[in-house]
Ligand binder design. Structure first.
Ligand SMILES: Nc1ncnc2c1ncn2[C@@H]1O[C@H](COP(=O)(O)OP(=O)(O)OP(=O)(O)O)[C@@H](O)[C@H]1O
Length: 620
């Protein structure tokens, strides 16, 4: 007896996109199935030829399978029982041809569909990534980064899985199911009705009785696995704190409890899942017994032939496959449509666009003016209130104030990471909304406290400031930024590989690299966020000198924490609760004996020896 293709003896545990088990009961539903399917079709439709070819192959191979089973019955009735050996040989050859044809077509459909699916998900992934590059920062603020990552990985992978496997399976399972019913009823209606009724009733019963427990089991397994992973992730990222507070033993105990819980849940889930296979086999075998018994009885009464019974035995097996797989496929397809919907949601987000009249920017002088600027991140809580300031070309503006006052927000608006709610910001007299974003940002050099470095060499990381810079220019920039010395001490100098986020460098070294980047970019306006965390005094002096050199001749906004920067600034703006509460030079502000005076006195005079004041930071 031949095995219908793709048939599995026990229902396989559906796999999640990363190869882990998918929770059978966890059907994620899309809100707009029709719209999402149409969008998916707009991608799939680009592979029209491949799809047509695949569908034809699926239909043809299913029909060949049904034909093969029918021929098997004919072989018995027309040739074996009549002892017609030459006829039997001819039919066997035909049967062989039919099954070879079916196998070749099945292979061809998988071959073509793999290409169709991979090209489709490549297009979707590319569109998603490209859109993420042009989305405003506000979009990223509102979403957990892990969740966005999962759209690019899991959701796209869910679509891939369905396109690669499920689509052809659904077509072939449905065709097989319908075909088997038609053929069975056509060959022998009585035996057909009895066989189909018993198989359907048993399968539904098992699905109700066991499948729901399997789903519940896997849901619990997944939940406990989530807890276990949480502990692992927390311990790895918080390793330093765990060690510093001697919490290793507690962590081990906590892990042990979660580990045991997971073992219990997983064992239970696997036991029930393991039960599904034998039960489905039981359905199959019962139907075989019914066909053999009832069919045999019909044959004895002349109402069926032995060939019919043989065909029925095979058709029953073929019918079992759609019964088994359609429920699983349903979940898988639902998850993919829900995933696709989440992906399209991002692709449909409004990108950062330049206003229609935005013009390019030539070389600028660097005069920055904020005119009555108001802003809130969420549209409700005002973060900046009526900010007015003017930075003349080449001036250094120090922004000081307590934490959360709005200093970073001021520079965020200047870089147009966010748009002002009211008022305007001008650069050399032009509203920055009328300047192309790319041009504006090219004029800005940003050195943040927490420098982001990419996985790559030191050279590559500095070159990020200006991609066409030669090696010599990169080294010259590093020298100017006082980074050259420490780079030479690295194992491979400028070719030392940095890990992601530059964790193999110290805080101060990372900032020196960021300064070198900015030197290379040679911007007209600088935005500097001085480090608050203590770097060693030597590095700090390097940073200080490098920053001063970088600021020469450029309009600079410094979120200042060091007294030396503050003292040398042309203007100090004291920000509190989103307002500029005081402004002037250090001496003027001290003479006022107001907010700045208090801030300064608290930070710099409490218990700090006079000589060390210059080195200390005004931690905000
Ligand atoms: N992306 C954001 N989304 C929503 N609210 C934000 C966002 N960034 C900052 N805020 C809020 O805006 C206010 C001002 O923050 P901002 O970062 O400008 O303060 P800061 O003066 O630079 O503080 P610090 O010195 O601690 O860096 C804070 O209340 C903060 O909670």
């Amino acid at each position: 007896m031949t095995q219908p293709r793709n048939q599995t003896q026990s229902p396989p545990m559906p796999m999640g996109p990363r190869g882990g088990p998918r929770i059978p009961g966890e059907v994620q539903r899309a809100r707009n199935v029709r719209g999402t399917l149409l969008r998916l079709w707009s991608y799939l439709g680009r592979q029209r030829w491949g799809l047509t070819l695949t569908c034809l192959a699926v239909v043809a191979s299913t029909l060949l399978d049904l034909l093969g089973t029918w021929l098997l019955g004919r072989a018995i009735d027309a040739y074996i029982l009549r002892k017609d050996v030459p006829g039997l040989a001819r039919l066997s050859a035909l049967l062989l041809g039919v099954y070879v044809g079916s196998s070749v077509l099945t292979w061809a459909q998988a071959f073509v569909m793999a290409g169709v699916a991979q090209r489709t998900v490549r297009d979707i992934r590319q569109d998603l990534f490209e859109r993420m590059q042009v989305l405003p920062l506000r979009f990223f603020d509102q979403r957990a980064h892990g969740e966005l990552m999962s759209r690019l990985t899991n959701d796209v992978e869910n679509i891939n899985l369905v396109l690669t496997e499920s689509l052809t399976q659904v077509i072939s399972s449905t065709l097989t199911g319908v075909g088997v019913v038609i053929v069975m009823l056509a060959i022998n209606p009585v035996l057909g009705v009895v066989t189909l009724a018993i198989m359907t009733a048993l399968s539904l019963g098992i699905n109700r009785g066991i499948a729901s427990r399997v789903r519940e089991g896997f849901r619990r397994q997944q939940a406990t696995l989530g807890r276990l992973n949480g502990i692992i992730q927390e311990t790895i990222s918080g390793q330093k704190v765990v060690k510093a507070y001697h919490r290793e033993a507690d962590k081990i105990a906590e892990f042990s409890v979660a580990n045991t819980e997971y073992r219990h849940a997983a064992t239970r889930a696997q036991i029930f899942a393991g039960f599904m296979g034998p039960m489905m086999n039981f359905v199959g075998n019962t139907s075989l017994a019914v066909i053999a018994g009832f069919g045999g009885w019909l044959a004895l009464r002349g109402a069926a032939t032995p060939g019919t019974i043989a065909s029925f035995l095979n058709y029953a097996r073929q019918f079992q496959r759609p019964l088994n797989s359609l429920a699983n496929l349903y979940n898988q397809i639902q998850a993919a449509i829900a995933g696709a919907e989440r992906v399209f949601e991002v692709i449909d987000e409004e990108p950062e666009v330049d206003s229609p009249g935005a013009a390019p920017l030539g070389r600028i002088r660097g005069e920055v003016v904020f005119e009555d600027v108001c802003f809130s991140y969420d549209g409700k809580t005002p973060v900046l209130k009526h900010i007015n300031l003017r930075a003349a070309p080449g001036q250094t503006i120090a922004l000081v104030g307590p934490t959360g006052a709005g200093k970073t927000t001021i520079v965020n608006l200047l870089a147009r990471f966010y748009e002002v709610d009211s008022g305007r910001i001008t650069l050399d007299g032009r509203d920055i909304r009328d300047i192309r974003k790319d041009d504006l940002r090219r004029q800005l050099g940003v050195v943040l406290q927490d420098t982001y470095l990419f996985a790559g060499t030191v050279m590559d990381n500095i070159r990020y400031g200006r991609l066409d810079a030669t090696d010599e220019e990169v080294i010259a920039a590093a020298k100017l930024a006082e980074a050259d010395q420490f780079i030479h001490r690295l194992p491979d100098g400028y070719h030392t590989m940095l890990t992601e986020r530059g964790s193999n460098l110290s805080h101060g070294q990372r900032q020196l690299l960021a300064i070198a980047r900015a030197v290379l970019a040679d911007p007209s306006i600088l935005i500097l966020d001085e480090a608050t965390s203590s770097v060693d005094t030597r590095t700090e002096r390097h940073i200080q000198r490098a920053m001063l050199r970088l600021m020469e001749g450029r309009t600079s906004f410094v979120i200042a924490h060091r007294l030396s920067t503050i003292r040398d600034a042309d203007q100090i703006l004291v920000v509190n609760h989103g307002e500029i509460v005081e402004r002037g030079t250090h001496e003027e502000l001290m003479a006022m004996e107001g907010f700045y005076y208090k801030l300064y006195s608290r930070q710099f005079t409490l218990g700090i020896p006079a000589g060390a004041q210059e080195e200390e930071s005004l931690a905000s």
